[in-house]
Design a binder for this molecule. Structure first.
Ligand SMILES: C[S@@+](CC[C@H](N)C(=O)[O-])C[C@H]1O[C@@H](n2cnc3c(N)ncnc32)[C@H](O)[C@@H]1O
Length: 258
């Protein structure tokens, strides 16, 4: 048996290895409930079907619901490993879903969409206001006039309460991973680190370090207003229509393109 001293740590890109157990890591997330929340918001804005862009689509859990409901979807993600998992999951719906490797901060038009979504803290991978501005601008640019853009942010409160000095160790299939989460109250950065071993243990431990910037609602609000050509139709707490606040764990922004 190898002792920790015999092992070397190799840095890998975000999600390069985590992709293989991402759905297990997120097994507590109720994607169906989340989908219903999103679809109800879209319906309230008279969108029942059409073209949807999901930015940072990950392993395709949300795309799956939209494709099955008849939406024509494009899923974009920076991680090819995450997209590979999504492609396998969406194989039966591939006529309804196109998956593209891309960066949300790049100004790139993927088509004309009646709905754009970017969920589950993905926007928090924008490190700083300038990157956030670019990402939001790009997503708004991909929307048709009257189209709806829904994204969420994780709050400082959520990070402080649930993701500071948090750790877990799990085994999934042939991998054992340790996750450690810390929140820096000064920089407002959320850091999630993963150390991943294969079973049986090899000499190399793979390491992913994820850094996310946690923004205040007022910061995001100002950036959206600065971008213009859209209006904020709602800022909701979690999966409800209650007003979102810094006390919420998660806040959804609902944006309508002019
Ligand atoms: C927490 S996961 C969320 C995935 C998916 N939205 C979900 O709900 O499960 C964050 C995703 O954001 C993607 N991501 C991070 N930075 C990105 C960027 N600059 N452009 C596009 N995708 C990015 C990651 O590759 C990852 O798939």
């Amino acid at each position: 048996m190898l002792s920790p001293m015999d092992r070397t740590v190799k840095e890998v890109d975000n999600y390069e290895v985590v992709a293989s157990f991402y759905d297990y890591l997120m097994r507590h997330v109720q994607y169906r409930r989340w989908y219903r929340f999103v679809v109800n918001v879209l319906k309230r804005h008279n969108l029942h079907e059409g073209k949807l862009l999901e930015m940072a689509c990950g392993t395709g859990n949300m795309l799956m619901h939209f494709a099955k409901a008849g939406w024509q979807c494009v899923g974009v993600d920076k991680s090819q490993a995450m997209l590979n998992v999504a492609a396998a999951k969406l194989a039966d719906n591939k006529n309804r879903v196109e998956l593209i490797c891309g960066d949300m901060r790049d100004q790139r038009i993927y088509g004309n969409f009646s709905a754009v979504i970017c969920l589950y803290d993905s926007i928090n991978y924008c490190m700083g206001e300038s990157a956030l501005h670019d990402a939001l601008q790009n997503m708004i640019n991909n929307l048709d006039s009257g189209g709806v853009f829904i994204f969420d942010i994780c709050t400082i409160n959520n990070c402080r309460q649930n993701f500071h000095n948090y750790s877990e160790k799990e085994v999934f299939q042939n991998k054992e991973y340790t996750r450690k989460a810390t929140f820096d109250p000064f920089t407002h950065q959320q850091i999630n680190e993963f150390w991943i071993n294969t079973i049986p243990a090899e000499h190399v431990v793979l390491h992913e370090r994820h850094v996310q910037q946690i923004f205040r609602i007022s910061q995001v609000d100002e950036i959206v207003k600065d971008i213009g050509s859209c209006e904020i139709a709602g800022i909701y707490e979690n999966y409800t229509r209650r007003p979102g606040s810094e006390k919420s764990d998660r806040v959804h922004f609902i944006i309508i393109k002019s």
